[in-house]
Every structure is written in C-alpha cells, then in structure tokens.
Design a protein around this ligand. Sequence first.
Ligand SMILES: Nc1ncnc2c1ncn2[C@@H]1O[C@H](COP(=O)(O)OP(=O)(O)OP(=O)(O)O)[C@@H](O)[C@H]1O
Ligand SMILES: [Mg+2]
Length: 414
Amino acid sequence: MEDRDAMSDGMLESLLAALRMSPENLVLRGMVVKALAEAGRWDEVTLHAPPLLSTPQRAEALFALARAAAASGKTDEALQLYEEAVTLNGALEDEDFEAELHPEPPLALPVMDFPDDDESGVRPFTGARVSFADVGGMDALKEQIRLNIIYPFQHPDVYAAYGKKIGGGILLFGPPGCGKTHLARATAGEIGASFYVMELDDILSKWMGETEQRLSAIFETARSNAPAVIFIDEADAFGAKRSEIGAPWMRAYVTQLLSEMDGIASRNQDLLVLAATNAPWDVDGAFRRPGRFDRVLFVPPPDAAARAEILKLHARGRKMDPGVSWRQLADKTEHFSGADLAALVDRACEAALAEALRTGNLRDVTQADFLRALKEMRPSTMDWLRRAKNYVTYANQDGLYDDLARYLDAAKIR
Ligand SMILES: Nc1ncnc2c1ncn2[C@@H]1O[C@H](COP(=O)(O)OP(=O)(O)OP(=O)(O)O)[C@@H](O)[C@H]1O
Ligand SMILES: [Mg+2]
C-alpha cells in the first residue's frame, strides 16, 4: 500500500529543482533529504545530507545517512551513524531499523579457518620487543605478574608438584596512560610465550554477527600454541557496551567468552588471559567468578621514584644535559601518568629541536626546557581518580577496590 505521507515523484522532482536553485536553503534541504529517504533513493541521500551535519538538523541527517549506509550493506558505519543520531535526538529511535543492524548470530556455527590477516582483530604479538626493563617502577605489580604468570610458564613442573594450576585470568585496571597495555606487552616479552592481542572494539565492529566463531577460533589457536597468553585490551566493552546496546549478538558474545574462560580452568593448563580496562565497574560481575578473572590488579599512577625512572627511560638516546634533575621533575609531576611523562619529555625536546633547526646548533635539552614545558601541562589522571573515588565510596562492598581505596586515601583524592 502507498504511504499516504509519501510525496509523489513529481513533487520530489520539483523540490530537487528548487534545491538546485538555492542550495543554501537548509529547511528545503531537510525536506529533500527526508523525501529522498522515503523514496529509498539512497545515493542521493548520501549526496544531499552532508551539508546538514553542521546545522540543527544534524540528528536527522545522521539518521538518513545511517539508513543509506545500511542499504548499501555498510552495517558498522550505519550503526555508528544511527547511534549518534539517537544520542542527539531520542525521538529518532527506530526498533525495526535497530533490529536490522543487530542481526541474530546464526544458530548453526560454520567451521571457520583461523584468520591470520590484519582484518581479524586478533594477531600474534609483533612489534618492538619490550620487557620489564622498559617499564619504569611498578615493582609490586611486576612481582605479582612474575608469580602469577612468568614463573608458572618457566617452571611448570615445580608448580605441578605443589598442585598449583597454571593459567587463569588477570584483569588490570587503572587510569588511562598508566601502563596497562605497556605492562602486558612487557609480560609477553619476558615469557616468550605465544601472545595474542584482541582489541574488543575492533572485534565487535568487524565481526558483528560472527564474534562467536572468531572467539572460539582465537582460543583454539592459542590452546594449540600453548603456553600462550591472550590479551584483551580495552576490555570496558565487556560491560558498558552490553548494557548500553543490549544487542542479542553482544549477549551471545559475552556468553561465549565466559564459556571459553571456563574452558581455561578445565581444558587448559597453559593458557592465560590478561585483560585491561579503565572501567572495571562496568565489567560484568560474571567475569570475576573463580576461574575467570579472579585476580584484579590495580595499576596506579607512578609514584615519585617510578616517575623519575619513566622520565629517564623516555629520555634514553636523546641529547640530554647531564644536569637534568629527574628527582626534581618527579617531585613536580604528582599524579602524572606514564603517558603524560612521555609527553613531557617530548615537549621539552621540542624547544631544543626548534632551536637546532634555526641555528644548526644541536644543544642539549636542559632542566629549564623541562620546567617550561611542565608549566603548560596538567596530569591527565585526575578525572579518572575522582570518578574512581565515587565507585570506591559507594560500590566497594566486596573489597574488590581495596588497593584503589588505599591509593586514593594516600593521594588525598576527594
Ligand atoms: N611504567 C612505565 N614505564 C615506561 N613508560 C610508560 C609507563 N607507563 C606508561 N608509559 C608510557 O605511556 C604510554 C601509554 O601507556 P599505556 O598505553 O600502557 O597506558 P594504558 O594504561 O594502557 O592506558 P589506556 O587506559 O589509555 O589504554 C606507553 O606507551 C609508554 O610510553
Ligand atoms: Mg591501554
């Protein structure tokens, strides 16, 4: 049946003609885009909607572009556009369209070859080999990782003799830039076990509808290459996305991941899963049951001694004045993350670099360069720490965040 609101072709053509005369008429453009969408003329929607993106009609334009993207099979892009549209204007929510974007995963899972190309969202760890020597400070954490990961891999017989199982899951959490990913890579470097990196956002966006097969493929590959470590980075997606989107395939994916983790306890001695997140409070409680991520480790911002070490590490191989006082800089950088400190070294070097380009004279980077750069910088961890304070105050019933709580008290975060 014809949609009564649908515009006749003739009217649509006159609107298009009018728009050609006055392309800057945004009200008219809005009408044209809407009519083109109703007529299913998606190529033209893609052509005419973009100028509306910087106007109050942004949400409607995004919605039209989302439908155009879906019509040409670009589901990931469509989902992104649709989500932004709905965030801007809740009235645009459209259940049927949403269902189209979140297809149910197929019931019978076809057998998949393990993909080893870049597109798979998982790859054996490559890149510059880093080790604990490249991680400044964090001595207590390094020791925990040695006990829980490295020694078991190196001395499986000793652990077996005392009935200690190898493997299991460890969740690293903490403010951004404080070395979770860095530490995980360094761990891989230390043990020389096969190391697989999964970035969840990557997996979720690329594998929509096939996450389950892909996941079991990764775990199978890791199992057959044991001893192995699977590293799930940006693990926030575990929880947050699931509750926000509530898509059926996401739910299926979480269930699958949980059952793979349970498999670790029974089927696999030599598989360890490391995960990192900024938002442990969003991670579904089910992940923290015994045998899953039963160890949850807080990766704090570096203390003064660690800050001095991190600064020195990042200054390695650069022209530094021997008079630079790492101690003094460490004292002036309370709450700075490792990433902030790396940025500080970069900025201090920039002044000397600019001068060298001008004068041809390669001078050393001095304390004064550092102090000047420091004036323009603020620690990036404060927002996270304040937010964390809330969670610790109101949601620490099971003592999960005791380490974090102690840290926040000592650091006088309110
Ligand atoms: N302890 C450290 N020693 C040396 N460098 C560090 C250290 N911590 C952080 N860095 C530097 O900061 C950068 C960012 O750290 P990393 O990516 O590991 O942080 P993250 O905790 O994973 O952050 P996010 O939560 O944003 O993913 C690293 O690439 C490294 O250069
Ligand atoms: Mg990281």
